[in-house]
Write a protein that binds this ligand. Structure first.
Ligand code: ADP
Ligand code: MG
Length: 248
């Protein structure tokens, strides 16, 4: 896989919520096909970073570009941009009154105006791939947490995004369901999907990442290839953070 051209570029991003700085001068480039994992203590700004990328938060300064297009100059059509950026959160937010199939078809049919037949075919392929085809007519309440999260991933993929953002998608799951969701993400990575993943699953981070970023206090403190990053952290802050996970 060629990983040369930049798909996502974040330049000197600054964000605050009024008083405290939440992101201070964050710069990050993600290449096409690259998998970047972001780790860091609670409150360091990981979710805010993803929300800024997706236009869910106004920023104070800096630039975000997707595919060379500046998203942050006030002219971006976010309804279009968001179709290129798939996002999966900790909570699944599936519509409870709709089946799995209806949930995943909603965006393609209503937002993208695609043909039902084509979209359904794609949905079946994707549901099959994540092991959920037999659940296509089930309602969210009939699914386990892991199944709901896999359905949420399919819903995002249905929009045919160029990049996927994952914000602690396994954090609310029972331990036995974490694996099945991580496996879906590993498969996506193998398929060449560009991804930015926020997670506390360190083994997984090491396995899936092309590059790992450590954030603390709204800054990128250290980044590197997983092997080096986890075995030879350079900064004391990262060493201290990783020590918390040595019990795993
Ligand atoms: P993380 O995802 O790394 O745990 P967040 O991005 O959620 O961190 O939060 C970063 C900081 O911004 C925290 O101090 C948090 O309290 C603050 N914050 C997050 N969202 C808001 C908001 N809507 N209003 C005010 N402060 C917020
Ligand atoms: Mg968060």
């Amino acid at each position: 896989m060629e990983k040369t051209d930049a798909l996502l570029e974040i330049r000197h991003l600054k964000k605050d919520y009024g008083s405290a700085d939440v992101l201070r001068d964050v710069s990050l480039t993600v290449s096409r096909g690259e998998v970047v994992v972001v780790i860091g203590p609670s409150g360091c700004g990981k979710s805010t970073l993803l929300r800024c990328i997706n236009g869910l938060e106004p920023i104070q300064s800096g630039e975000i570009l997707l595919d060379g297009q500046v998203l942050t100059d006030g002219t971006a059509k976010w309804s279009q941009v968001r179709q290129k950026i798939g996002m999966v959160f900790q909570s699944y937010e599936l519509f409870p009154h709709m089946t799995v199939m209806e949930n995943v078809l909603l965006g393609p049919l209503k937002v993208q105006g695609r043909k039902r037949e084509e979209a359904e075919k794609m949905a079946e392929t994707l549901l099959e791939r994540v092991g959920l085809l037999e659940k296509k007519s089930s309602f969210p309440r009939q699914l386990s947490g892991g199944q709901k999260q896999r359905a949420a991933i399919v819903r995002a993929l249905m929009m045919q995004p160029e990049i996927m953002l994952f914000d602690e998608v396994t954090a609310a799951l029972d331990p036995e369901m974490v694996r099945e969701v991580l496996d879906v993400m590993l498969e996506l990575a193998k398929g060449g999907m560009t991804m930015v993943i926020v997670t506390h699953e360190m083994q997984f981070a090491r396995a899936i990442a092309d590059r790992v970023i450590f954030m603390d206090g709204g800054e990128i403190v250290e980044s590197g290839e997983p092997e080096e990053f986890f075995t030879k952290p350079k900064t004391e802050r990262l060493q201290r953070f990783l020590n918390i996970f040595t019990f795993e």
